[in-house]
Design a protein around this ligand. Structure first.
Ligand code: 5AD
Ligand code: SF4
Length: 364
C-alpha cells in the first residue's frame, strides 16, 4: 500500500464509498485512484471489478467490437528502452509489407465482416505522407473500412493529410504520464511532444486513442493514477492498457515486468472514470495470461483486436517476447474470441463501434 492509503489509515476513504462516488460522478481524485489500484484483498478486488463491469454495461453495452490489426512494418527509427522493435535491436530481421499485401489483408478483414482496420507500424518514415494518403484513400473509399492509424509521432501537417485522406482514428499511447520516467525510457522522444501530438489529433477531428504500460521499472501507483487522470483530461476515446513485458534484446531485459492483476485494476479504474470509452483487451495481457482477454472483458474492456498481419511477418513484430497467436489463422482466432464472448453473455458489435458521442459520430 502506498501514499497513506492503507486500510488502517483512518483518513482513507473506504473502497465502497469510492466506488459509489465513481458510479455517480465518473470523477475520482488521485488519492482515491491510488487506493483502488492498491487493493489486494479478494473482496476489494471483486467489488472493483463488478463496479467496472456495471459501468461498462451501462455506458457501452454488451457488444464487443472487433478491430482487425495489420502490422505493416516492423522498422522503427526510435530507441524506446522497452521495445523489441527499437532501432538498436540489430538482431531482429526487419520487414515492410507491400501496398498490395496491406490491401490484401484489409480485404480479408472486410470479408470477415469487421468494419475497422488498425494500421500499425514502428516509426518508419519510408511510409511517407503521400504513400500513406494513397493507401488510406483506397482502404477507406474503395473498401469502405474505417481506418485507425497507429504509426507514432508525425507532424501536424501529416496528421491533417491522413485525416483528409480518410483516416478517422489514431492510436498514440502516452506510455507513461510521469515525465521523469518518460525521459528515462525514451532517449529520442519528448513527453511534451507526445501530448502535443495527441492534442493535434483531437483538434483535427480524429477519434483518439491513448494508453500506457503497467509495471514499468520505477513506476509507482501514483504514476499509474496520473496515467488515468491524463486519459481523462485528454478526453481520449480509446484506451490501450497493457502490462510491460521485458524483451531480452533490450536494455530492460532484466526488469521484472508488469502483472496481470495490476493491469486488470488499471482497466477497471479507467472504465470507472472514463465511462463510455473503448477499451481493448490487449494482446500483451493475453500474452501473460491465456485467460487475459476474458478477464479484461469482465472488468471493463469492450474491444478485441484480432491480428491480420500475414503469418510470415507476425513473429517478427516482436515488441515483446511470447506474443500469443503468432501461428494462428484469423478464422481460428475469431472463432475462439466469439466463444469467449458467448460464454460471457456478450455479442459481437455491428458497425464501426464509434465512441458513443453524437458530436463525434462524423469523426470516422
Ligand atoms: N511490453 C509491453 N508493451 C510494449 N510496447 C512496446 N514494448 C513493450 C513491451 N516490452 C507497447 C507500447 C507501444 C506499443 C508499440 O507497444 O505501449 O505503444
Ligand atoms: Fe518504435 Fe514504438 Fe517500439 Fe518505440 S515503442 S521503439 S516508437 S515501435
Amino acid at each position: 500500500m502506498a501514499n497513506g492509503t492503507s486500510t488502517s489509515d483512518r483518513q482513507a476513504p473506504a473502497t465502497g464509498q469510492i466506488l459509489k462516488k465513481a458510479g455517480q460522478t465518473g470523477t475520482l481524485s488521485r488519492r482515491e485512484i491510488v487506493h483502488l489500484l492498491s487493493l489486494d484483498d479478494a473482496n476489494g478486488l471483486s467489488a472493483l471489478s463488478e463496479a467496472a463491469d456495471r459501468i461498462r454495461r451501462r455506458w457501452v453495452g454488451d457488444e464487443v467490437y472487433l478491430r482487425g490489426i495489420v502490422e505493416f512494418s516492423n522498422v522503427c527509427e526510435r530507441n524506446c528502452l522497452y521495445c523489441g522493435l527499437r532501432k538498436g535491436n540489430t538482431g531482429l530481421p526487419r520487414y515492410r509489407m507491400t501496398i498490395d499485401e496491406i490491401l490484401e489483408a484489409a480485404s480479408r478483414i472486410r470479408k470477415l465482416g469487421i468494419g475497422t482496420l488498425v494500421l500499425q507500424s514502428g516509426e518508419d518514415s519510408f511510409f511517407d505522407r503521400d504513400t500513406l494518403c494513397r493507401l488510406i484513400g483506397r482502404i477507406r473509399y474503395e473498401m469502405g473500412l474505417v481506418i485507425t492509424l497507429s504509426i507514432g509521432e508525425r507532424t501536424r501537417e501529416d496528421y491533417l493529410a491522413f485525416r483528409e485522406a480518410g483516416a478517422g482514428r489514431f492510436l498514440l499511447k502516452h506510455e507513461t504520464a510521469s515525465a521523469t520516467l518518460y525521459r528515462k525510457l525514451h532517449p529520442d522522444s519528448k513527453h511534451e511532444n507526445r501530448v502535443q501530438c495527441l492534442r493535434w489529433l483531437r483538434e483535427l477531428g480524429y477519434e483518439v486513442g491513448t494508453g500506457c504500460m503497467v509495471g514499468l521499472p520505477g513506476q509507482t501507483p501514483a504514476d499509474l493514477a496520473d496515467d488515468i487522470l491524463l486519459m481523462k483530461e485528454l478526453d481520449a476515446d480509446m484506451l490501450g492498457i497493457g502490462p510491460f513485458i521485458p524483451h531480452p534484446q533490450t536494455p530492460l531485459a532484466d526488469s521484472p515486468g508488469g502483472g496481470v492483476q495490476a493491469t486488470l485494476k488499471m482497466i477497471a479504474v479507467a472504465r470507472l472514470v472514463t465511462r463510455d470509452t473503448n477499451i481493448p483487451a490487449t494482446t500483451a495481457l493475453t500474452t501473460m495470461d491465456p485467460e487475459g482477454s476474458r478477464k479484461a472483458l469482465a472488468c471493463g474492456a469492450n474491444i478485441i483486436m484480432p491480428d491480420f498481419t500475414p503469418l510470415r511477418y507476425r513473429a517478427l513484430y516482436e515488441i515483446y517476447p511470447g506474443r500469443g497467436g503468432i501461428g494462428e489463422t484469423e478464422e481460428t482466432a475469431i472463432a475462439r474470441m466469439k466463444e469467449t464472448l458467448a460464454s460471457l453473455g456478450r455479442s459481437v458489435g455491428k458497425g464501426p463501434g464509434d465512441r458513443r458521442k453524437e458530436e463525434r459520430k462524423s469523426g470516422s
